[in-house]
Design a protein around this ligand. Structure first.
Ligand SMILES: [Zn+2]
Ligand SMILES: [Zn+2]
Length: 292
């Protein structure tokens, strides 16, 4: 089976890699994806060895046959580049480095990463430590996969809920060409950025672009939010069933600023991924549909 790929506003979902990355790609196609997101390894473990050649070959074959226009990665949840305990900081850096090795094996254009949590040390100190960690990683990694810093909901001491944080990282990194940005509608909304109407979305893009060039945005996660605007709650909901509402997503799949950016669901999948299937179909139908 081959993915039918639209030229713009390509949509997809995060797929499981249990059973191999090749299986993940096939599943993505079966669900109706045009793009797909994968973990490079079990996301709740620190380390995994590089992929075996046979696994890479199987993936490459599946990837070629799939017709997917892009497959990209999301890094594990344990990594905290601003960890205060030396042991955790070391593990975080090493873990990210090894994930980049796997990302290169899979030829992923970018690996999405939550910037980190300062754990009480303060925003400035946290951002400085993240920059040091990025330095550490890039000194040891020669591959091509970029790191896409994801905007966060700002839960706890998580950094990345303000565009200024992301701008500090992009501007402070000695190799900015190796960094990029991933947006997430749930995280943005929870962090206080309203996106419910076309005017809200335009206002957000305007404000963002004053700090970071829009072409640094390489991915957008489409998630509705269980939490209210500014709630700082990172709880994803099915599109149209949360506090953001369907209008936002219809606007995004018709908005020229998002035409070239892969759009990826991270919402509850339901039995046999029924929700993914249905939401992708609904998004495809909404493309080319003007606002009422
Ligand atoms: Zn994420
Ligand atoms: Zn996300």
């Amino acid at each position: 089976m081959t993915a039918s790929t639209n030229n713009t506003h390509r949509v997809g979902v995060h797929v499981s890699i249990s059973g191999g990355h090749d299986k993940g790609v096939r599943q993505a196609v079966g669900l109706g994806c045009e793009v797909a997101q994968v973990f490079t390894k079990n996301n709740m473990q620190w380390f995994a060895p590089p992929l075996a050649d046979s696994a890479v070959d199987a993936y490459r074959r599946a990837r070629e046959e799939s017709g997917l226009s892009m497959v990209f990665g999301h890094a594990g949840y344990l990594i905290n580049l601003a960890a205060t305990k030396p042991e955790n900081l070391e593990k975080s850096r090493e873990s990210l480095l090894r994930e980049l090795v796997r990302s290169d094996q899979l030829e992923l254009p970018f690996l999405i990463l939550h910037p980190g949590a300062h754990l009480g040390e303060g925003e400035e100190a946290g951002l400085r430590l993240i920059l040091e960690s990025l330095d550490w990683v890039f000194e040891r990694h020669e591959g091509r996969t970029r790191i896409a810093m994801e905007v966060t909901a700002g839960q706890g001491t998580c950094l990345g809920a303000r565009i200024e944080h992301l701008a500090t990282l992009l501007n402070g990194c000695p190799c900015p060409e190796r960094l990029a940005v991933c947006l997430d509608t749930c995280h943005l909304f929870a962090a206080g950025f309203d996106l419910r109407t076309r005017a809200d979305i335009d206002r957000f893009i305007d404000g963002f672009s004053k700090l970071i060039p829009w072409d640094q945005v390489v991915c957008v996660h489409l998630n509705d939010s269980k939490g209210a605007l500014g709630s700082r709650l990172d709880r994803h909901e099915l599109l149209g069933e949360g506090k953001i509402g369907w209008d936002c997503f219809r606007e995004i799949v018709n908005h020229p600023a998002f035409a070239e950016i892969p759009l990826c669901l991270e919402t509850p999948k339901g039995k046999d991924n029924i929700n993914d299937r249905n939401t992708l179909a609904k998004l495809k139908e909404a493309r080319g549909e003007p606002a009422p």
